[in-house]
Ligand binder design. Structure first.
Ligand SMILES: [Fe+2]
Length: 242
């Protein structure tokens, strides 16, 4: 599996609390069949004012430690950016860490909505970014309260040209029955461009993905799982690892 959304980088957001936890998550990821992970720490102006510059030393330290400990997880640095009007100011999006590039060369930006609602103007923001030559990915729409009440809202966001990323553990039921139902509905409607772990901590929301991948293969077939967790994500990040 190629994981394009996880919070393994220690001490920079609500993900791994320290290096030990980050290494445990990385070790578990490898055991679970994850070979490559793009680390996506939160960038949120109020709560996590991370920048590419502030994250880079943490990333280099983690990468070096993985190598020293012999944990064969290949990593790259991205970010999960909270959607905000500030993204429009002075082309602020240009300085943000990207996940990778589309096959036709567009930078891919992972964006997060608040959980409480879909803010007014979200579709315009996505269209504006697309107009700037960016490919936006909306993280875990299945966990947004407006989408839970009206799953077609996620399809409206997709209609702008943005991609949607689903969370494996949501499909497994870790976030409750309502979110599970919406996640499966979006999956069956082929709304997700890819699926990711969104792993945070070793004791909950970890890199343990095997059981959900098996369940998905049973329900949807192995080809669908391979496309959503390997082929499509790899197409975006291969150039970062080779
Ligand atoms: Fe996340």
């Amino acid at each position: 599996m190629i994981d394009l959304h996880c919070h393994l980088l220690p001490g920079v957001d609500d993900g791994a609390r320290d290096m030990d936890e980050a290494l445990a998550l990385a070790k578990l990821a490898v055991e679970q069949g994850i070979t490559h992970s793009v680390l996506t720490p939160h960038i949120h102006l109020r709560h996590y004012p991370n920048t590419l510059e502030s994250l880079t030393p943490h990333y280099q330290n983690f990468k070096r430690t993985l190598r020293e400990r012999g944990i064969p997880l290949h990593i790259a640095l991205g970010a999960e950016v909270r959607m905000a009007p500030e993204l429009l100011l002075g082309n602020a999006w240009k300085a943000l860490p990207k996940l990778g590039k589309t096959p036709d060369g567009k930078p891919v930006l992972l964006l997060e909505m608040p959980y409480s609602h879909v803010p007014a103007g979200t579709d315009q923001l996505l269209r504006w970014l697309i107009g700037q030559g960016v490919q936006p990915v909306v993280a875990h729409p299945e966990r947004n309260r407006d989408v839970i009440a009206h799953p077609t809202l996620a399809l409206t966001l997709k209609g702008t040209g943005a991609w949607l990323q689903g969370t494996l553990s949501a499909l497994g039921g870790s976030f409750g029955e309502d979110i599970k139902r919406v996640a499966w509905e979006l999956l069956r409607k082929d709304a997700y461009h890819y699926l990711a772990s969104d792993a945070h901590r070793i004791d909950k929301r970890s890199t343990r993905v095997e059981h959900v991948l098996s369940l998905l293969a049973e329900q949807m077939g192995r080809e669908v799982v391979t496309a959503l967790t390997h082929d499509r994500p790899w197409a975006l990040v291969a150039s970062r690892f080779i």
